[in-house]
Write a protein that binds this ligand. Structure first.
Ligand code: ZN
Length: 381
């Protein structure tokens, strides 16, 4: 087993060992080597000693913890009508955040410039400067190529296909930038903060479109081409509605926020997006509630296959349409159509992190990459 300072840092970060003695026991390294590793991590300010002199009662002194204030991260979640930006610590805790009013169809150059500007003003609002940033992360509502980390034929992002987001963004904000699919970032945010005990989680985001993110064995599962979780374009038997992708009968064509908004518009409501539907749901509108319930039933049909295949511990429903109406409909079709074993211990929940899930997940993805064992060993050895 490799046992450089980066490996010791991982033990400390994951609470596998938090004292010099425990690190010695777990790694089998000598006392002297452990001391050297700890000194290297302390002088790089990646860890700090906690417990000593703190009025926390039973805590042991000289406990070593990851210093989540070592540096800050700038993250963004790009969505169709607007984006959100945040500055976080290295644990993904949001220090400050803001809405950025820029539509995805304005293209990558305009959107990235707006994100960088938003992040820069947040930094000055919290009294930090760029030298304190160690990385940034951007989630997008489309598939990401797992090899190039560029958008891969995103259906609702005109002008973004194969765009080098990370390279271009580094020109305006000179720190390493990571790109992730939005549902994947949200799934990781939910799993790593709300359900750390369950290492297998599926998140379905129902906003203007529909997407899903999978965390398997504690890591985001992308699939070989970044297509894992792309459930919006699974065809439903007997449906003929035209989808934005050009096909007919897709789940997104009948059960997305856009589909519900179009149906509501035909009934005389001024609805276009998932967000418009959310406003009606929040006000208790009966048409919106009934249509969202039906959308939930259709999503449940597809999710029955997904949970039978993956057998996750948690299924989180997120996005603009996440509501008890949607959850109720989903349960009506999910349970009868799934194998009992697949749902016996399945926790089906509405997201509690809501919009923050993507920001927190993105920050944790960046933090895990920047402070991985290999990355830290390279920097410190
Ligand atoms: Zn489609």
């Amino acid at each position: 087993m490799s046992s450089g300072p980066g490996d010791v840092l991982q033990l400390i970060r994951r609470n596998g060992a938090n004292t010099r003695r425990d690190i010695q026991n777990v790694t089998g390294l000598s006392r002297v080597t452990v001391a050297q590793r700890i000194d290297a991590l302390l002088s790089a300010r990646l860890i700090r000693e906690s417990g000593e002199g703190e009025a926390t009662g039973g805590r042991r002194p000289n406990r070593l913890v990851f210093d989540v204030r070592h540096s800050a991260l700038a993250v963004a979640t790009v969505d169709t009508a607007h984006s959100r930006v945040a500055i976080t610590d290295l644990s993904g805790r949001i220090l400050d955040h803001a809405l950025v009013d820029v539509a995805i169809e304005e293209g990558p150059d305009t959107v990235l410039a707006a994100l960088a500007q938003g992040m820069t003003s947040l930094m000055s609002r919290i009294g930090a400067d760029i030298s304190q940033l160690s990385g940034s992360g951007i989630s997008i509502p489309g598939p990401v190529d797992p090899h190039t980390r560029r958008p891969s034929q995103p259906p609702i992002m005109p002008g973004w296909d194969a765009y080098p987001i990370a390279d271009r963004f580094a020109e305006v904000l000179p720190v390493p930038t990571f790109v992730e699919n939005d549902a994947d970032a949200m799934a990781f945010g939910e799993q790593s903060t709300a359900y750390p005990e369950s290492n297998s989680l599926c998140l379905v985001k129902v906003s203007t479109g529909i997407g899903a993110g999978l965390v398997l064995g504690g890591s985001v599962y992308h699939g070989i081409d970044g297509g894992a979780g792309d459930i919006g374009h699974i065809r439903l038997a007997g449906e003929t509605a035209l989808c934005q992708c050009g096909s007919r009968g897709c789940l997104a064509a009948v059960a997305s926020g856009r589909a519900v908004a179009m149906e509501l518009a035909q009934r005389g409501f001024a609805t276009k997006s998932g967000r418009d539907v959310k406003e009606l749901l929040d006000s208790g509108n009966v048409d919106a509630l009934a249509l969202t319930h039906e959308a939930g039933r259709r999503i449940g049909e597809v999710m029955a296959t997904v949970v039978s295949m993956v057998n996750p511990g948690v299924l989180v429903i997120s996005g603009d349409l996440a509501s008890s109406a949607l959850l109720g409909g989903l349960r009506e079709t999910l349970y009868p159509r799934s194998l009992a074993r697949a749902t016996r211990n399945l926790d089906v929940r509405l997201s509690t992190l809501a919009d923050d899930a993507g920001l927190i997940g993105m920050a944790r993805i960046v933090s895990d990459s920047l402070f991985s064992a290999a990355a830290v060993n390279t920097r410190l050895l």
